[in-house]
Design a protein around this ligand. Sequence first.
Ligand code: NAD
Ligand code: TYD
Length: 399
Amino acid sequence: MKTYLVTGAAGFIGSNFVKYILDKYGDNIEVIILDALTYAGNLASIKNELELPNVTFIRGDVGDRELVQRIMRDNDVDYIVNFAAESHVDRSITNPRLFLETNILGTQNMLDCARDAWFTGKDAQGHNTYAPGKKYLQISTDEVYGSLAKDFDEPQPLELGDDVREVIEGRTDLKTYGRHFFTEETPLAPRSPYSASKTSADLITMAYHETYGLPVNITRCSNNYGPYHFPEKLIPLIIKNILEGKKLPVYGKGENVRDWLYVEDHCKGIDLVLRQGTVGEVYNIGGFNEESNINIVKQVIAIIARIMREEPEYQQLLKCSVDDINDGLIEFVTDRPGHDMRYAIDPSKIARELGWYPETPFTVGIEKTIRWNLDHQPWVNSVTSGDYQRYYEEMYGNR
Ligand code: NAD
Ligand code: TYD
């Protein structure tokens, strides 16, 4: 029986992770969720899970020392998975301080409480020892590596070594916009307040491993997409706006490239690292799905238009006519300051060492994501009432 303390599990990836482990391990695990329920945290995302006897929800801040100490004292926690963070680059540009508080100091507090709770003494060399089987996993991002060049306007076939190719069954759609990729050895070079705060969190996590011997891993993933994604991020925002017949704000010329990772693939990778990853190692988790923003937006438009025509029962969700769903909705708006051009993860290490690869091609994942959104409009409406309207006006009103 393993006990997971999952922070930020009322958010996008954390809620998917909790569903994934409960599906996989059922009542053979205990799950404690710690979440402050900021604008990004929604209990509606984990409604069914909260009813299970082996799930406990605690509302609170990862930076609250007394609270986290109490949770660690009252429970024999085996795994801490720290998803909790301020996660939106655009918000970090308007309010950097909150990002440093939550993402850096919150992480340091979680590490400190883990160290205190798991500490068992000193070995013959005077090094700290910890209770066996414990692990702290920091969920990080590829944005810590900074920005890559976009070398090709049109994507080129992606070359892979034979050893990685062997693991990556069934993915024949691999392409790239550049010659270089983020590996675990790529120097850290964050460029936004968000990525700088995540980099600092990674450094303090590694410092706890090197200095105190704390058993840790770090995973650095690319852009996730899938169910329960808050519509301030590109894909869910575009889906929401299309249904409302609103303009689709594309920053700059839409040429920036992201590597899209289906959230369920990510969750599988996280649990694998937690259970089988070598202590002290960093693992990159990417989607092998590089795409430019403009192509993403055009694909989403085309899929929604097709679904609306083929399955007219969905047209009741539209606040516009099906004929309005076309590229004319795209509006190029002022670019994000310091906008990173391209992210592309090389996930060879996790493929070779743990046999993981991103199973979901973008064409499959994006259709699933759009259909999930169409079928869960009450969830979308519940998370975008109130503050969201003000946020949207502030962020896009004068752009
Ligand atoms: P999210 O914004 O959807 O959710 C964050 C969650 O953390 C929310 O439930 C929020 O209430 C909670 N939270 C915020 N501050 C807190 C605090 N002080 N104490 C406790 N809880 C707090 O984020 P997400 O997209 O699910 O991302 C999860 C993690 O993955 C983050 O660490 C993020 O940096 C990382 N990540 C995300 C992506 C992505 O594409 N979404 C990509 C790379 C890395
Ligand atoms: P986002 O989903 O915010 O993720 P990140 O900034 O962490 O990569 O943005 C993905 C890409 O889409 C990024 O290049 C910025 C761009 N973008 C837009 O063009 N318009 C939008 O309204 C948003 C939110 C993002």
